[in-house]
Design a protein around this ligand. Sequence first.
Ligand SMILES: Cc1cc2nc3c(=O)[nH]c(=O)nc-3n(C[C@H](O)[C@H](O)[C@H](O)COP(=O)(O)O)c2cc1C
Length: 349
Amino acid sequence: MKNSFQIGNVHIPSLAVLAPMAGVTDHAFRVLCKSHGAGLVYTEFVSSNGIIRENQKTLDMMAFTPDERPIVVQIFGETIDAMKRSAEYIQNVVKPDIIDLNFGCPVPKVTKKGAGSAILKDMPLMEEMTKAIVSAVNIPVTAKIRAGWDSKCIVAPETAAMLESHGISAVAIHPRTTKQLYKGNADWELIAKAKEAVNHIPIIGNGDITSAQSAKEMMDLTHCDAVMIGRRALGNPWIFSEINACFTGKELPAPPSLIDRVDMCRHHLLLEREDKGEIQAANLIKRHLSWYLKGFHGVSKYRSKIFMTKDIGIMLEILDEVREYILTDPILREKAYYENGALLDEVSY
Ligand SMILES: Cc1cc2nc3c(=O)[nH]c(=O)nc-3n(C[C@H](O)[C@H](O)[C@H](O)COP(=O)(O)O)c2cc1C
């Protein structure tokens, strides 16, 4: 199977894509996923209002390094003017490969203003916004959508076709409704229908991929052009190399051992510190840490110790203790831990 695709003029070197995740897909995490084979990475969603006001925190969320390319900056907002002006700013100042329009965020603080997936209830606004942005920039513009607002308003297939007709270069679909949030299953049939509804743009399938095998199942069932991984990448950047191996008919790499997980956690922590400084990194890494160390028998006491400190030096010492603990236990040392449990369904961002 060919393991690359194209969005507009941008070559994407693998079919496994890292989903945008607010509070997660920052520079450090994107670099880790990229180095494990993600073909394309997205920033967290970035406020168009924040961009045009040149709010420093907002601008920092879009910073990336050349090794992250091809990279997508995702924006959200409720007004055509702010979305258009922020797209122009991104093209001219930030210079990513692709700009993505967030038409899928279900979080009430976003949708009550009319942004994110609220626009799935207002197709004329979505059309006007899309046209304005596509004509304002000359890099590819993509969109990420949900199934629809609720079970009475399922619009993904026709929305994908409409977006293509206005010059959108790829559509990523998470086929749950806004009302569902993360409940129930993603309806992969809708990805298949969207693929049938468009002429030539790539459809990126998203939702509930838990393994390389399930990524392949989504591909086979829906004929989507690429797969997007969100929650299963948390604490698990290895998922991308597993999917790449599966898609190219190679043997799957050995699952990461407990020691691999601890070492990745340390590496992640150091990357965050380098990028964000001590205080921010210490706060942020705790979430990642619990994902890396999830399900580890006997490690909870170390996890609690890490949660109690704000000092990165101490966190690193505790990680060394975890490493020692694993190495001195012959069963743990040999154990290849493989996270195959349920995906989180309470997601806060
Ligand atoms: C913590 C978190 C933050 C998210 N933030 C965003 C975001 O900023 N933009 C977006 O389009 N989707 C966001 N999502 C949704 C994911 O991109 C993805 O569509 C969803 O998690 C379904 O994919 P999965 O089953 O592989 O997790 C977020 C999801 C999670 C778990």
